[in-house]
Design a protein around this ligand. Structure first.
Ligand code: FAD
Length: 435
């Protein structure tokens, strides 16, 4: 994907080749911005789990590069309902079940274990779940091989002593590299974030939730849940836990994300192996369907969910020039399914702004405009996702009041899904001109 534009007179280092790093690379190449992507691992890699994107995010993929949208569509579920559906909500927890099988009431109606309570509609347009590794492969196809350097774990960034205010990157293998600016796409444990904000302020904190992630072949899922339920997204709510299922990989696999709560996380590792027995013991008071889903998940691991407890006061610094993108800037819990979508939004705005820059001197103004436009929206996701985690686990201000749950759920996603990001870009470009 060559660009007919003249190369920009500055040189960017992107740290990290996840969804954010690769999407940003594609966005910058479009503007013929010289860059190198440094990745700590020996190759681009993602975990074997699903990730969902809504139409607002797929539109942004298209604006960055139609190739990203096409790649997404190749591995997305592509089985859309009419009207589109985000989740069907059911009670999966049998703690309050009476002898008739009734667990709660809503609008004067008796709600039985596992029966649909309400549906959360999605927006129209291409959307759906993808297998992370497959989607990453699609992004990799759009990046020339010579752009990336592997086994390059960033350990520090210092200011060049040649008067340029360039950044000197120091890697774990003892090598260094000099660039006009560094863009940190190095995820929740970001080293670049520490360099921008200081170690204490940069630390992620445990959110009080952990999750079991796994996949079940669709055929097996149908044996457990019946023909229809596994082919559309389901949310089983409960006390201090909730379980999501949705189809991915063109409907051949059912993705499972099962949440639970605990007060503290003391293990230095965030992903720990567990036994099937321990996993199932978290759901002994749940419906037979949920129990069967858990019993059929392969190789269960526990994932502790961390997020940024202290909102970043800035996403950039100067001397040397560093800017944060994706989870490095705003790591969130996944309770509104939009963390990766926010990465893609960041890449669109930052990529387009860098496309406007004509000198190294312009980079600071670009980062300032990006920060002003992106920080409020992306930090709002971190905060509201935390609240959503409580809501889905009946721990919100209204507890297990299902009418309040529905009202909240039907409003909650509007600001994310109905936002016109092109207006944010216009605003950011205006800010850039004013500097
Ligand atoms: C359970 C769960 C479910 C989710 N579901 C959804 C969903 O449905 N929809 C959605 O939009 N989002 C979802 N998210 C959020 C989404 O996964 C993240 O927001 C997104 O993957 C972050 O991408 P990233 O590129 O910023 O970071 P990462 O994917 O963490 O990538 C960081 C990269 O940087 C590299 N790196 C790290 N440190 C260094 C270093 N020092 N030097 C060099 N390289 C380095 C890493 O090796 C890695 O390749 C979910 C998250 C979780 C935990």
């Amino acid at each position: 994907m060559g660009s007919s534009l003249p190369p920009k007179p500055f040189n960017i280092a992107i740290i990290g080749g996840g969804i954010a790093g690769l999407t940003l690379t594609i966005s910058l190449l479009k503007h013929n911005i010289p860059l190198t992507l440094y990745e700590a691992a020996s190759q681009f890699e993602e975990i074997g789990a699903g990730v969902g994107f809504e139409p607002c995010m797929v539109r942004i993929m298209d604006l960055i590069s139609p190739g990203i949208k096409e790649g997404f569509l190749r591995c997305a579920n592509n089985v859309e309902l009419d009207p589109p559906l985000w989740f069907t909500v059911r009670v999966g927890d049998r703690r309050k079940e009476d002898e008739e099988g009734v667990v709660l009431q809503k609008d004067g109606r008796k709600i039985r274990l596992g029966e649909p309570i309400f549906e959360m509609p999605a927006r129209r347009g291409p959307r759906g779940g993808v297998h992370r590794a497959q989607f990453l492969d699609e992004l990799v196809k759009l990046v020339p091989a010579d752009v990336a350097k592997f086994r390059k774990k960033l350990v520090n960034i210092t200011r060049a002593d040649d008067g340029s205010d360039d950044a000197v990157l120091h890697f774990a293998d003892g090598t260094t590299a000099q660039h006009s600016a560094v863009i940190g796409c190095d995820g929740i444990k970001s080293r670049t974030r520490e360099v921008v904000l200081g170690k204490d302020e940069a630390q992620p904190v445990f959110s009080g939730k952990y999750v079991y992630r796994g996949l079940i072949p669709m055929q097996k899922a149908k044996e457990i849940m019946g023909e229809q339920e596994p082919t559309t997204p389901q949310m089983y709510v409960g006390y201090s836990g909730h379980v999501l299922t949705f189809p991915i990989a063109n409907g051949t696999i059912m993705n499972v994300v099962a949440f639970s709560s605990k007060a503290e996380w003391n293990d230095p590792e965030w992903v720990v192996e567990t036994s099937r027995e321990q996993m199932c013991s978290d759901y002994t008071r749940w419906s037979p369907t949920v129990q069967a889903i858990m019993a059929n998940m392969k190789n269960p691991d526990i994932w502790a969910l961390f997020n940024h407890g202290t909102p970043a006061r800035t996403y950039f610094r100067t001397q040397p020039r560093i800017c944060l993108v994706g989870d490095a800037a705003h790591a969130t819990t996944p309770h509104q399914g939009s963390g990766a979508g926010m990465c893609i939004e960041d890449c669109y705005i930052l990529g387009e702004l860098l496309g406007e820059a004509n000198s190294t001197h312009d980079l600071e103004a670009v980062f300032r405009a990006y920060d002003e436009v992106r920080r409020p929206r992306s930090l709002k996701l971190v905060q509201t996702s935390r609240e959503a985690g409580m809501l889905w686990e009946l721990q919100g201000p209204k507890g297990d009041d299902l009418e309040a749950l529905e009202r909240d759920a039907l409003e909650r996603m509007n600001w994310i899904w109905d936002h016109d990001l092109t207006k944010d870009l216009d605003q950011a470009k205006m800010l850039l001109k004013q500097q």
